[in-house]
Design a protein around this ligand. Structure first.
Ligand code: PLP
Length: 378
């Protein structure tokens, strides 16, 4: 062992306080053991078979139909998918959705990263970027001369959510990064033209894919830019992704395990009542955790404006008498993992995933474990 590694305070949380599942990360997140087992049950008739044959195509169809049902896709909207996760989708959008100039709301790591990628793209005009203090979001308002608005539904790094809406700009597309929001947050689907995400966060599956719900206006933009003389690498070409998706395929080989875990988790959400059920579970967990923090002597919610406080990722500040890092280490030593704050924020903070697959009862148990550790550490 490294001699300079800090010692973890020796605190054992009584087992009756522990949650049934100790995974509270913000991505990758808890995968339901039942769904992982069902993948194992298909170890020989699904895994390791061709993605150009019926068993995998049917799974992609289940995923596309399930997402359309979960997100209540309006008439004419389609579900498309490809490889590369949400970061890969940013590159797709850089080539295939933004025509000339975009407007970005940057209020944390992810919104900021997309904006800087666009800034560096030689074929696009200098983007318009509005920032706000960490722990808040800027207002979404119309900007002159842009053809796309880009912002996260949920800023995973700071625990701020922003309800999608349309500023008064009928010709522009609304590109909503729902990586940590999709399935965990209520929204009006007609407010987005492209609602995109990766399945390793609110959808409790694994990484590597991007999935997008696209409006007829977005499809029109994709087709028009693909027909223009702008060069696009084929793996980032949204027209190719659209054509393949319509056949329940991907341009190149997807991770079959990820496709399966996503399709089955989405079916589980839908079988239980769809988005009102899945987002309702996150809302319940959020009520428990923020309620606990508000009542606690040493903890408080980082996000001050209640309507901006995320239902899927809670950021909880601790006062100076408690080291959030020590707390996090003690939790990990007791099987409660990935509660670390976002490093770059540099706060004395825990960040806790409250995605739909996480049992609200486990969030409740977590609050009891926090009480136990806080008093043991004070
Ligand atoms: C995690 C995350 C991403 C990046 O997702 P990858 O699939 O790892 O590329 C993008 N946006 C948001 C809001 C995220 O939470």
């Amino acid at each position: 062992m490294n001699a300079t590694a800090p010692r973890v305070p020796d605190i054992t949380i009584p087992s009756e306080l522990l949650p049934a599942d100790g995974r509270f990360g913000s991505g990758p997140t808890k995968v339901r053991p039942e769904i992982a087992q069902s993948l194992a049950d298909h170890a020989t008739d699904y895994l390791g078979t061709s993605h150009r044959q019926l068993p995998v195509q049917l799974m992609v169809a289940e995923l596309r139909n399930g997402i359309a049902e979960l997100l209540r896709a309006p008439d004419g909207y389609e579900i498309i998918l490809g490889n590369g996760g949400s970061t890969g989708f940013w590159d797709c959008a850089t080539f295939g959705l933004i025509e000339n100039r975009s407007h970005h709301l940057a209020f944390g790591e992810f919104g900021g990263k997309f904006a800087s990628g666009i800034k560096a793209a030689p074929h696009l005009a200098e983007p318009s970027i509005t920032e706000s203090e960490p722990g808040t979001h800027p207002a979404l308002v119309a900007v002159d001369g842009v053809d796309a608005y880009c912002y996260p539904h949920n800023e995973t790094s700071t625990g701020v959510m922003l309800d999608p809406s349309r500023p008064d700009d009928p010709d522009a597309l609304m590109l909503v990064d729902a990586t940590s929001g999709a399935g965990g947050l209520h929204f009006d689907p007609s407010a987005a033209d492209v609602y995109y995400f990766a399945p390793q966060k609110a959808l409790a599956a694994d990484g590597g894919l991007w999935i997008a719900m696209v409006s007829p206006a977005a499809v029109e933009r994709i087709e028009r830019l693909a027909a223009s003389d702008r060069w696009c690498p084929p793996s980032l070409d949204l027209k190719i992704a659209l054509d393949n998706s319509r056949k329940d395929q991907t341009y190149n080989t997807p991770a079959l395990g990820t496709v399966f875990l996503t399709a089955k988790t989405v079916s589980w959400f839908n079988d239980n009542g769809g988005l009102s059920w899945s987002a309702g579970r996150s809302a319940k967990s959020a009520e428990i955790l923020y309620g606990w923090a508000d009542a606690s002597e040493s903890a408080s919610p980082f996000v001050q404006i209640e309507s901006q406080r995320s239902n899927v990722v809670a950021t909880i500040d601790f006062d100076d008498s408690i080291s959030a890092d020590a707390l996090c280490d003690v939790l990990r030593a007791n099987g409660i993992v990935d509660t670390n704050g976002y490093r770059k924020l540099g706060r004395n903070q825990l960040r806790i995933g409250m995605f739909p697959a996480i049992e609200p009862a486990d969030v409740e148990a977590l609050t009891h474990c926090l009480d136990y550790c806080v008093s043991a550490l004070s």
